[in-house]
Write a protein that binds this ligand. Structure first.
Ligand SMILES: [Zn+2]
Length: 112
């Protein structure tokens, strides 16, 4: 399910950034190994994306992620883990996250 979330988050966040013309390239949105949060990895000009704006974009992309009708990129040709996907499980997790508070961590504990 975790890798399915990565696929859905990446596609939905890229769409969110494109819609709002944010000057960044989303590389990855992935669950932390300990499952207490998510890492967002982007390329953007230094200082161009305040953490508050990134958090807003993540919050805003969740409904879009729920609207995706088919798991993107989940084929042998595009994903080495294509057999391990859990689209419905990922959708249930996203639905849960829409009811949670999104709390950005400027300095995640394991990275300091
Ligand atoms: Zn994949």
């Amino acid at each position: 399910m975790a890798h399915s979330l990565e696929h859905l988050f990446a596609v939905a966040l890229r769409a969110e950034c494109e819609e709002h013309q944010l000057d960044l390239k989303v590389l990855d949105v992935s669950p932390m190994g300990c499952r207490t949060g998510y890492y967002l990895t982007v390329l953007n000009p230094a200082g161009a994306l305040p953490l508050s704006r990134a958090t807003e974009a993540v919050r805003a992309m969740l409904p879009g992620a729920l609207e995706i009708g088919e798991l993107p990129g989940a084929r042998l040709e595009t994903c080495g883990a294509y057999r391990e996907h859990d689209f419905e499980g990922a959708r249930a997790e996203i639905a849960r996250l829409t009811r949670e508070e999104i709390v950005p961590l400027e300095r995640p504990p394991l990275l300091t």
